[in-house]
Design a protein around this ligand. Structure first.
Ligand SMILES: NC(=O)c1ccc[n+]([C@@H]2O[C@H](COP(=O)([O-])OP(=O)(O)OC[C@H]3O[C@@H](n4cnc5c(N)ncnc54)[C@H](OP(=O)(O)O)[C@@H]3O)[C@@H](O)[C@H]2O)c1
Length: 298
């Protein structure tokens, strides 16, 4: 495979996504920086990216993609492949945070966050996998969170979306290795991006008026995460390293964080438990992902 890859990134208007597209393109990878509404709500972000691409002669292109819209995802996937002739990497990055005690979250809010943070990746992966399977190569990268492994009260629904994403990405990791395709997860800790300014609050606060001191939890957690937040370029640099890691040698999970919080321990234990489970079910050395896991460790 060419060492320069063709990469599609969702949610690249701001934050990690924006830094990823710039970092990857500066290394010579062909990048499709996708975002919703590049002619409207993201017009300034889109024109800044275009200006950077022109100034530095970067292989960086904007495509419209709303991860909640099947047609939009399929159209962007088709356009990227038509333009570049192939697709090597899909970075599922679009997402947002919903905060508040769980009982205050309406069913509609729960469905909306699932639609973006989880079903968004389902749509993107399903749109791009047929091309990757034809090539017998590719990487699905999923931007999860430490909150995809541990639970903060008042972040329950956000965690639910990231736990769901982790399950999907892990299943793909085991299933797609036989097709020559990697599936990996990045679990960032708290980083200074637009995410904290874009928090959606649980709408039905009357439900939790009687929770007393528990109502302080969302405030404390948001303050704590804000204080701990690191430089988001660390995440873009980690993503670049993963993209440039040879196929078959990528790990399932990458924790990238200014603070520990025990996520690495959970990941290590989970790997042992999964290995035992595969032994019990007779999924052993001849299976591609077992060989790939060994390669990733060596
Ligand atoms: N920052 C952190 O501390 C942190 C920690 C762990 C994980 N993460 C994860 O990292 C990812 C990126 O977040 P960030 O921190 O970079 O925040 P951000 O700056 O707010 O970026 C979020 C991006 O997602 C996009 N997005 C939201 N809904 C979308 C949709 N329906 N279709 C397409 N794009 C959509 C936003 O686009 P618009 O401009 O159109 O709204 C924006 O580009 C998220 O999945 C988040 O959960 C962040």
């Amino acid at each position: 495979m060419d060492s320069k890859q063709v990469v599609l990134v969702t949610g690249s208007s701001t934050g990690f996504g924006r830094l990823m597209v710039e970092t990857l393109a500066r290394r010579g990878h062909t990048v499709f920086a996708t975002m919703r509404d590049p002619a409207g709500r993201n017009a300034t972000n889109a024109s800044e990216i275009r200006a950077l691409a022109a100034k530095e002669s970067l292989p960086l292109h904007i495509l419209e993609l709303d991860v909640t819209d099947d047609g939009s995802v399929e159209q962007a996937a088709r356009a990227a492949v038509e333009q570049a002739g192939r697709i090597d990497v899909a970075i599922n990055n679009a997402g947002y945070v919903l905060t508040g005690l769980a009982e205050s979250v309406t069913t509609e809010q729960a469905q909306q966050i699932m639609d973006t943070n989880f079903f968004g990746s389902v749509r993107v992966n399903r749109a791009l996998l047929p091309y990757m399977r034809r090539q017998r190569s590719g990487l699905l990268l999923h931007i999860s969170s430490g909150a995809g492994r541990v639970i903060f009260p008042s972040f329950g629904f956000y965690s639910a979306t990231k736990f769901a994403l982790e399950a999907l990405a892990e299943a793909y990791h085991y299933e797609l290795a036989s097709q020559g395709i990697d599936s990996s997860i990045v679990e960032p800790g708290a980083y200074q991006t637009s995410i904290f300014g874009n928090l959606v609050k649980a709408a039905d606060e009357a439900r939790t008026d009687t929770y007393g001191a528990a109502n302080q939890m969302p405030i404390k957690i948001n303050e704590g995460l804000g204080k701990a937040a690191g430089n988001p370029q660390e995440v873009a640099d980690a993503v670049l390293r993963i993209v440039e890691t040879p196929a078959g040698q990528r790990k399932l999970r990458y924790r990238v964080s200014p603070s520990g919080l025990g996520v690495d321990e959970i990941n290590a234990l989970s790997e042992q438990v999964q290995a035992r489970l595969f032994e019990i079910f007779g999924i052993t050395a001849e299976t591609a992902f077992v060989q790939r896991s060994a390669a990733a460790k060596s």
